[in-house]
Design a protein around this ligand. Structure first.
Ligand code: GLP
Length: 240
């Protein structure tokens, strides 16, 4: 695990986006695994700047998102499909057919999982971007998720719903379930880039780097991946 410590969120976004930009320059047809949440927003802004400066293009890029809330239509502003278009896809020349976000609408969620998992098994992600939940979740793999899980429907913990409440009007509006790539899908990526910023991530970052590898702390599995870069700011690194 390569740990890069930076000063603040701005520098974190700069350093992390540069890793993605360098990949896209070297491999214009790269396959990216993308994440939502507040952590990657600055990174996406830098990616858009780099695209505007004609340093990179998304013409041949394929993307696969980690997860999606159940029971939110794709048009809902907090659906991850909508988030990704608002923060990245609408601003670059990616082809819509190359964008993949799990579909979590409809009554047959298992069929949606199987479909997304088939797509994931037909490809290899070059770089998987990850944030980390305060309880160590990656994607929406909550504590206790078996490491061998592939794409599945998860019941979100109350901690995660509380953490994500800030994006909604009230806790009642936060979905109770989501579809997420499993740990096994995430571990198949060639390289992983995890970003964490702020005091609220201190404990999670400490466990990620120094904790036991255990299903009780899903992100700990990354200690066993051969190519992980973790970019953290001073506040997130506070307990190291
Ligand atoms: C959500 C997402 C994760 C994300 C995490 C942290 O639950 N499913 O992919 O990493 O929250 O979010 P934030 O970056 O907003 O702290």
């Amino acid at each position: 695990m390569k740990i890069i410590r930076v000063k603040d969120y701005q520098e974190l976004s700069q350093v992390a986006s540069q890793i993605m930009i360098d990949l896209l320059k070297k491999k214009p047809d790269a396959t990216l695994g993308l994440a939502t949440g507040s952590s990657p927003i600055g990174l996406y802004q830098n990616i858009i700047k780099s695209y505007d400066n004609k340093e990179i293009s998304f013409k041949q890029v394929k993307t696969y998102n980690l997860d999606e809330y159940c029971d939110l239509p794709r048009t809902h502003p907090e659906s991850y499909y909508n988030f990704m278009h608002r923060h990245l896809f609408h601003h670059v020349d990616i082809k819509e057919e190359n964008v993949h976000v799990p579909s979590a609408e409809g009554s047959d969620l298992q069929a949606q999982c199987d479909h997304y998992n088939r797509l994931l098994n037909q490809t290899t992600i070059d770089l998987q971007l990850l944030g980390i939940g305060g309880n160590g979740h990656i994607g929406f793999n909550e504590p206790g998720t078996p490491f061998h899980n592939e794409t599945f429907v998860v019941r979100l913990t109350e901690k995660t719903r509380e953490d994500n409440k800030r994006f909604f009007n009230s806790i009642d509006e936060v979905p109770t379930h989501a579809i997420t790539m499993g740990i096994k899908n995430i571990m198949k990526a060639r390289a992983i880039l995890l970003i964490a910023s702020g005091k609220s991530k201190q404990k999670a970052v400490y466990e990620l780097i120094n904790g036991l590898v255990t299903e009780d702390f899903p992100a700990s599995i990354l200690q066993r991946h051969p190519d992980v870069t973790v970019v953290i700011d001073e506040e997130a690194a506070g307990l190291l």
